[in-house]
Design a protein. Structure first.
Length: 244
């Protein structure tokens, strides 16, 4: 479990990630001929600037059909942004302080005037799955019950399944947030975890739908349950796709 100081460290990291996300979107707006690798390098420079460190992996930056890969890490020779491209940014980091825990966010953007209907439809399903999963945690806490990772995961699965995309769930709902070289620890929020989630420990909720060869959508927030059973969300929660 996190100490009070670790919670503060996490909250600071979460705020910095939101700031870096905003700076990155502005950078893409001004440099629309940028590559995925170029955006990744910009993010890494911001990590250095704000004294953040990663685990063993670099940020995920995906354009267009590459968003359909669940864990896409661009190489130096990577896709250049094109009009009508969907953009996925998945960034995680922690303060460069001993025992500081990670924060982790995923954000979607689109280079074009209007987001296509099929992308909007999938995005709205993902957002609904995220919000219902989080709402379930809150309702359980009000009833004096700490939910299990499996129960929260099943809320996500029902939303996506009822919308006809069960086969496009390539990863589960979320994970707990680590400290050293592993930003995602298990057991987390998945069908395999029948244990109740812990107080004062950060978790992600990050449902995703992936259509191979076409596009993928993921939306991610961080939260923890306080000692007095309050649900605390520590990151922004995306509601609409950002237009570039």
């Amino acid at each position: 479990m996190w100490s009070k100081q670790q919670i503060i460290y996490h909250q600071k990291a979460a705020k910095l990630l939101i700031k870096i996300k905003d700076l990155t979107l502005k950078y893409i707006q001004k440099n629309k001929n940028i590559s995925e690798h170029g955006v990744q390098q910009f993010i890494l420079k911001q990590f250095d600037k704000y004294n953040l460190i990663m685990d063993n992996y670099k940020p995920i930056v995906a354009f267009g059909e590459n968003t359909a890969f669940m864990h896409y890490f661009p190489k130096k020779k990577s896709k250049v942004l094109q009009p009508e491209n969907l953009i996925l940014l998945d960034i995680w980091a922690r303060l460069k302080i001993r025992n500081a825990p990670f924060a982790d966010i995923t954000w979607m953007a689109y280079y074009g005037e209007y987001v296509p209907t099929k992308i909007q439809r999938v995005f709205k399903i993902v957002i609904r799955a995220k919000e219902k999963s989080l709402s379930y945690v809150g309702k359980q806490l009000l009833e004096g019950v700490m939910p299990t990772g499996r129960e929260i995961d099943m809320v996500m699965e029902k939303v996506v399944t009822d919308s006809g995309f069960f086969q496009n769930i390539l990863h589960r709902t979320g994970h707990s947030l680590g400290v050293t070289n592993d930003h995602g620890r298990e057991p987390g929020i998945s069908i395999k975890n029948k244990q109740r989630i812990h107080k004062n420990l950060g978790y992600t909720i990050e449902p995703g739908i992936y259509l191979p060869g076409d596009f993928g959508v993921r939306s991610e927030i961080d939260f923890y349950v306080s000692s007095d059973d309050k649900l605390i969300v520590t990151t922004d929660s995306q509601k609409e796709i950002t237009i570039i």
